[in-house]
Ligand binder design. Sequence first.
Ligand code: ASP
Length: 310
Amino acid sequence: MKAVIVVHGGAWAIPDELSEASVQGVKAAACEGYRVLGTGGSALDAVEKAVRSLEDNTVFDAGHGAVLNADGEVELDAIIMDGSSLGSGAVSSVQNIANPVSLARAVMEKTDHVMLTSRGANLFAESIGIKTVPTDTLVTEYEKREWEKQKKYITGVKELFNSQWGHDTVGAVAVDSYGNVACATSTGGIRHKMVGRVGDSPIIGAGGYADNRSGAVSCTGHGESILKVTLARLIIFNIEQGTEVQDAVERSLRYMGERVQGAGGAIAVSPSGRWAATFTTERMAWAAAEQGALWYGLNPQEKFQDKLSQ
Ligand code: ASP
């Protein structure tokens, strides 16, 4: 079977000064994830690996580089889902955790629950020996400056995705050589969000979904809009109805735009290795790795190709 991984670095009006680093970041993450698939690893391991790489990269709003909420704090959300069992794990509003995607995976594998939030999630992390880091180490100088600047101008989160105030959630979807699919999404959310605000990213069916019978999806964009249309599940639903992967993503994003005036993006892969990376915001950094080829893009309709050296 054909193994593929697709990653995104968030859908919004990425400013020119961040575009090169964003594209390099998604390409590196796709390569890391693909290396797992290329050595017979599972889709689940591949998406976790790719998202960890994006969380560790300060250009993205996840793990290191996360945006700050209204009180100037970091609150992180993440989900991971295994398409073979429909097992999923998520965390929301966690602090001091460098790789929330791995904590989400521990929720899936080591508890009877699907999501843990804030203090409980942090206590669970402690109980299984996941190291906490001082919040300060997750916050970049760039974010401190932007947070201050934006404080004066903030009008509403909806505008963020059509302006340069937005920020980049990260995600990955993959199918492995056994035909299993998986997805993962991780974010610091939206800058200046209310304390305790949880967006779409850690919510099953909204920020991500994976089912071996249809495919895997990871979403990004205006969280409140994505939640209202349960975007990940809507894309899966369209695939289930027989719509081709690319059309299913485009149709669902169009619906979100028409129905709730929300902009965003999504990546998707089917068990047979069909994939898509599509967005309705100005830009979205994405990359896809499959046998011999590394695809990537940033602007609408853009699709570049590099040779993939294993
Ligand atoms: N969807 C994320 C949220 O609303 C943000 C993003 O994708 O950039 O928290």
